[in-house]
Write a protein that binds this ligand. Structure first.
Ligand code: GDP
Ligand code: IMO
Ligand code: MG
Length: 428
């Protein structure tokens, strides 16, 4: 298998963890390239269920090297907790590697995440409050601390002092919050440094050496296309490039190495946090309620109820374009077995103009009225289907409609949360 990027195509929680875990054994390495512990990726294998936030979903296989790339923001405490959780469950983390260039989420980033949200009032983003935005902000402002800074007390103290000169006045004067000292932070972080020292490496070199040896890499995206800082529904986005392009900058690998881009697409839509969502259904609506409860749409990271809506064709087409998708993994098709008929959004009506992709300006998107096509449901259990041919005709038609709207082939179909509950159609 050649190298591939796996990317979320909607607003996150499409089932990236499941599909990544499923295809990981075809690769020698799985690398996370952006985001942080705002992500929550679920893996279900038999009676075991794991919710991963930082560690790549390839961790379940001993012969797959899991790498946290330079584009990720790492909360060392969360990483240590996740390593401990996995080891306690009998999953080895001995091959895990973390880029020395990955930025560190500091306690003040979490404080500021909460304070900025409060400051925005009704315009808040609905962040996960994990300090993601403020950490990327400091990275760009060139006052961040990186994983390699943990390895040298002098450098840590120097970098920390520079950061605190800018951060403390904000905490104190703008938000009336407690400030930090270098001594206090080194006390906490020196313990993390000792634990994480063996994992920290020059990951770009590691990955490129693997490629030179003819090995293959799977780039695991977190969040999704509509949450991308450049291509998402700004400002209601996360602070990184979640789209396929982020895979190269977030890992230090050349573009010529990527052969396929697999978009993970849920058979309907969910969103956590604020911002526009044209096909949203109210939780009080019979169908909205059913999608939420049958789909189990509650966040892995914050436990928040996800907003649910019907499949959005213009978003699918937009994601194909922005990411250069070569393949789609359509997930949670089994959840739609509960409906007699299924409305599918095939276009938007924005001020009387029809759009089959996301309109060029946010103001238009905010006004987008979905144009629905009602398709028949299948009303039977499909969780046991293992080929496209075994699916009821109406379910096959649904898959075909997704392909037509997205403009890309559906190569994998997930019909349940377990690894086994999957139809491999044309992925390999
Ligand atoms: P991610 O963030 O994209 O990895 O997705 P999450 O793990 O946050 O949310 C996806 C949820 O759907 C998890 O609870 C998965 O176990 C579950 N899931 C994934 N694929 C399927 C599927 O095909 N059918 C059903 N019923 N559940 C699925
Ligand atoms: P996975 O990888 C769904 C959303 C938050 C908020 C916005 C910004 O599991 O799909 P942030 O804390 O990143 O500054 O929040 O992004 N968000 C996610 N929504 N799934 C995720 O990750 C998300 N990560 C962030 O709810 O709206
Ligand atoms: Mg998730």
């Amino acid at each position: 298998m050649s190298s591939a990027v796996l990317v979320g195509t909607q607003w996150g929680d499409e089932g990236k963890g499941k599909i990544c875990d499923l295809v990981a054994p075809e690769f020698d390495c799985v690398v996370r390239y952006q985001g942080g512990n705002n992500a929550g990726h679920t893996i279900v294998c038999g009676d075991k269920k794991f919710g991963l936030h930082l560690v790549p979903s390839g961790i379940m296989y001993e012969n797959v090297t899991p790498v946290i790339g330079n584009g990720v923001v790492v909360d060392p405490k969360v990483l240590i907790e996740e390593i401990d959780m996995l080891e306690n469950e009998g999953v080895s983390t001995k091959n895990l590697k973390v880029s020395g260039n990955a930025h560190i989420i500091m306690p003040y980033h979490r404080d500021l995440d909460g304070a900025f949200e409060e400051c925005l009032g009704k315009n808040n983003i609905g962040t996960t409050k994990r300090g993601i935005g403020p950490c990327y902000q400091d990275k760009m402002a060139r006052i961040g601390l990186r994983m390699q800074d943990l390895l040298d007390e002098g450098i840590f103290r120097e970098r920390c002092g520079i950061a605190l000169d800018r951060i403390n006045p904000q905490l104190e004067k703008l938000f009336n919050l407690p400030t930090y000292t270098v001594d206090q932070l080194w006390d906490e972080f020196s313990a993390y440094a000792e634990r994480l020292r063996p994992y920290i490496c020059e990951s770009s070199l590691l990955l490129n050496n693997m490629l030179e040896e003819g090995k293959s890499i799977l780039f695991e995206g977190a969040q999704a296309t509509l949450l991308d800082i450049d291509h998402g529904t700004y400002p209601y986005v996360t602070s990184s490039n979640c789209t396929a392009g982020g895979s190269v900058t977030g890992s230090g690998v050349g573009m010529k190495n990527i052969d396929r881009v697999l978009g993970i697409m849920k058979a309907y839509i969910t969103r956590v946090g604020m911002g526009p969502m044209p096909t949203e259904l109210s939780y009080d609506d019979e169908f909205g309620h059913k999608l939420t409860e049958i789909g189990g749409e509650y966040g892995v990271t914050t436990g928040r109820r996800r907003r649910c809506g019907w499949f959005d064709g213009p978003i699918a087409r937009y994601s194909t374009r922005i990411n250069g998708l070569t393949d789609i993994a359509l997930t949670k098709l089994d959840v739609l077995s509960a409906f007699d008929t299924i409305p599918v959004c095939v276009a938007y009506d924005c001020d009387g103009v029809r759009y089959t992709s996301v309109p060029e300006h946010q103001a238009l998107f905010a006004k987008a009225k979905p144009v629905y096509k009602e398709v028949p449901g299948w009303r039977e259990d499909i969780t046991g289907c293992r080929s496209y041919e075994e699916l009821p005709q109406a379910a096959r038609d649904y898959v075909d409609l997704v392909e037509e709207l997205a403009g890309c082939r559906v190569s994998i179909i997930a019909v349940g949360p377990d690894r086994e509950q999957t139809i491999m159609r044309s992925w390999n």
